[in-house]
Design a protein around this ligand. Structure first.
Ligand SMILES: [Zn+2]
Length: 149
């Protein structure tokens, strides 16, 4: 017996119909053993008893999946009210122990002299200087770099 695409297709078809291996062999004009061996090599699914199940083929599934616990989308209202955590994930959160109002530590005057003091104005959030001094500081940094270059 030489298996051709056609005969293999017929075997698959008859196998799917639930015919016995002996019956399939008769129809393909081959031995029952040849049918069993080929079906095994084709990884055809083991069939239930040919007496019943030809119509149903409903093996009861052990556990029905619980859809409520699956990765479902949150309700629209929830997704709308929570854009902030996404931003927090990108920007590092400030340390909670940090005092809320940080004074500007911009030095005024010359160090060592009695007139020397810090600005002490309310610093810009996340920066060590007040708004005016922060602007000056960043301008100076840029100027220095240009001087170097
Ligand atoms: Zn300042």
């Amino acid at each position: 017996m030489e298996w051709t695409d056609d005969s293999i297709a017929r075997l698959r078809s008859l196998w799917a119909e639930g015919l016995s291996t002996a019956e399939i062999g008769r129809r393909l004009n081959i031995s029952k053993n040849a049918v069993v061996g080929k079906a095994h090599r084709l990884n055809l699914p083991a069939r239930p008893s040919p007496i019943r199940r030809s119509t149903g083929e409903t093996a009861p599934r052990p556990v029905a999946p619980k859809r409520t616990q699956g990765p479902t989308l949150p309700p629209l209202s929830a997704s709308v009210s929570q854009p902030v955590p996404v931003l927090r994930a990108i920007m590092p959160a400030p340390k909670p122990q940090q005092p809320r109002a940080t004074p500007c530590c911009w030095p005024i005057g010359e160090p060592g002299k009695p007139s020397f003091h810090f600005c002490n104005a309310a610093a810009v959030s996340g920066k060590p200087y007040c708004e005016d001094h922060a602007a000056i500081a960043y301008v100076r940094v840029r100027d220095k770099r240009e001087d170097v270059a």
